[in-house]
Design a protein around this ligand. Sequence first.
Ligand code: PAN
Ligand code: ZN
Length: 187
Amino acid sequence: MILPSQASFSPSNGRLSGEQVNRAVRRLKDLRGLFADEAAFLAMDPEQIVYEVHAHDACGPVEGGLFFGVSTLFPGKVGQEYFMTKGHIHERRNRGEYYWGIEGRGALVTMNERREATVAVIEPGSLHYVPGNTAHRIANTGNVPLVVGACWPADAGHDYDAIAERGFPVRIVEENGAPVVRNREDE
Ligand code: PAN
Ligand code: ZN
């Protein structure tokens, strides 16, 4: 008999529970160098949790498998820049991914291989397809946790180094109390 699931998912808050759920935490100190305002970054608590990822990855990194995850990105800013995930491109470059908004409000930032960026609003019920060969990150532009679901090929892998050097071409920052997209060329 095939067991259909070893975990449960709450449709209201996105929490994943079950024995086969992996939990990863990223703290401010794990995001060093990503934010524009280095002085503001250094003045903050490095142990502060910025986001958590709960993933049901029971099948392991096999071709044809799928992973399911829920990211919870807490509200906050470093200077004027909203809290964000590290961001990555998949190790197997052609692997795509679905994201969907569950709670809170934020931005999905993507960058293709020509370094062209897109920014989409994430809100409860929004659905986003991230094609292959495309780096992706999310930012929380609201005052409550941003909860985002994701499903991606189990053999995709995460490549952080490939984009760490030059980063994404845009930043999501607060100006006059509202989120705006800032081109890094203007910095
Ligand atoms: C997501 C991300 C998650 C955390 O599950 O891994 O939001 O972001 P970083 O991996 O960039 O820290 C996903 O895109 N998986 O492929
Ligand atoms: Zn991904």
